[in-house]
Design a protein around this ligand. Structure first.
Ligand SMILES: [Zn+2]
Length: 430
């Protein structure tokens, strides 16, 4: 659907025109010439695209895999050198038990992934934060803090998600996209919100692929959904605070659950699905296209290749713009509702938690209301706490929200900080 929408819009035609001009096809005619033009187009399509490993469709990319690996690994090698210089341990030397655990989980997910033929290596680094990443090469870097917070199935979900970023070529896609943004006249591409939205769509895709990997490798496919549900309880959605390059926690959890509902049929607890490899190409989430161009080079295949690439690029562009708009609308809504939240009272319940009383003076019924507080210490470091209001909030209603301190913070510390309440999230009842 989106594809057709996209082509009918002037920007879509503009993009095709640019491609045609670049290729110099405007002044030529005749069957032979057309054939060679088509061959030329096919070659160009081959040069600037690659076949998506997951769907079999063409995706824009100018980097080849070996270059990607060299570049991506260079980054991680440098990181590891820096860790050593700063006296930080990595892998087994850092935490033997956690590193073994990471390797054991990795060794079940990677062999059923689309990149199983590549030699990959998980790396454990000394950070407390909840994070893991890939750089397009053959490393997956995991923070020790993340390992400590997650159970095996949850770590598997993260490992699957990270491999999926490389499988779906996200690192190279972003680079190509950034190069292209210099060529297009569209100012949208350069906006922060657009860039976040572009990344946002890739995060959703990596979640989907990662959850399928989990199911095929015998890890509970609902684990991803649970991670984001817990993050939501602890950190809310921060919808009003900034442009999101990941889906906000509640939506991410719900989407992960919907994907798990679809792939749970492939899940055999603790066992790799014997059909895993076949299922990668053909499953309830996607069917890989095998015959990607019915016509071959010189017989219309070139035009088809360029068209399908241009259409794909424009669809992605359109999708990112829609997501940027959706996020901006929602953030604007939450900020406007925040004007009608009046703090009436706050009191400590014990030395770890406190309660606030609010009066909602707006005129829309709301649900999924999350109140937040930002605390800033003397070094400028910020901490966020959230409290959830359950059920529907009606106009004029007074309501209580409780907050709890993080494990490693004391009441004394909080009282010495600058604090400010904000509305973290609210959705209108429709
Ligand atoms: Zn990601």
């Amino acid at each position: 659907m989106k594809v057709f929408q996209c082509l009918s819009q002037s920007r879509g035609r503009g993009c095709l025109r640019i491609l045609m001009l670049l290729l110099g096809v405007t002044t030529l005619s005749g069957c032979q010439v057309l054939q060679s033009i088509d061959k030329g187009l096919y070659d160009v399509a081959e040069a600037v695209t690659e076949t998506d490993r997951v769907t079999g469709q063409r995706a824009l990319s100018t980097a080849n895999r070996n270059q990607q690996i060299a570049l991506g690994n260079q980054y991680v090698d440098k990181l590891l050198q820096d860790e050593q210089k700063q006296g930080r341990k990595v892998d087994s030397a850092l935490d033997t038990r956690q590193y073994r655990r990471l390797v054991r989980i990795f060794d079940r997910i990677h062999p059923i992934s689309h990149l199983r033929q590549e030699r990959w290596k998980p790396v454990l680094i000394d950070r407390d934060s909840f994070n893991a990443f890939t750089t397009g090469g053959t490393y997956i870097v995991v923070h020790l803090g993340l390992m400590k917070q997650l159970n095996d199935a949850e770590v598997a979900a993260v490992v699957g998600h990270e491999i999926a970023h490389t499988v779906a070529n996200h690192v190279a896609e972003r680079q190509t996209h950034q190069q292209l943004s210099g060529l297009t006249s569209s100012s949208a591409v350069r906006r922060k919100g657009y860039q976040a939205a572009f990344t946002h769509e890739r995060e959703r895709e990596a979640d989907r692929i990662g959850i399928l990997y989990s199911a095929l490798a015998g890890f509970d496919p609902y684990a991803a959904s649970r991670i984001w549900q817990r993050q939501y309880q602890q950190q809310g959605n921060a919808r009003s605070l900034f442009a999101h390059d990941h889906p906000v926690n509640a939506e991410r959890s719900a989407e992960a659950k919907a994907v798990a509902d679809k792939v749970k049929q492939y899940y055999r607890a603790g066992k790799v699905n014997p059909q895993a490899h076949a299922l990668l190409d053909n499953n309830t989430l996607w069917q890989k296209r095998s015959n990607r161009h019915a016509e071959s080079a010189g017989e219309g295949g070139g035009v088809a290749a360029i068209l399908s690439t241009a259409v794909g690029v424009m669809a992605e562009h359109q999708q990112a713009k829609q997501e940027e708009y959706r996020q901006a609308q929602q953030a604007q809504f939450v900020r406007s509702v925040q004007q009608s939240m009046r703090l009436e009272e706050q009191r400590w319940l014990n030395d770890r938690s406190w309660q606030t009383r609010w009066h909602y003076t707006g005129n829309l019924k709301l649900h999924s209301v999350v109140m937040g507080i930002i605390a800033r210490d003397s070094q400028g470091k910020t901490y966020r706490f959230v409290g959830h209001h359950k059920g529907v909030l009606t106009p004029g209603q007074r309501f209580n929200v409780s907050f709890m301190l993080n494990k490693n913070m004391t009441l004394n510390q909080l009282e010495r900080m600058q604090t400010q309440y904000y509305l973290d999230d609210a959705l209108p009842v429709r």
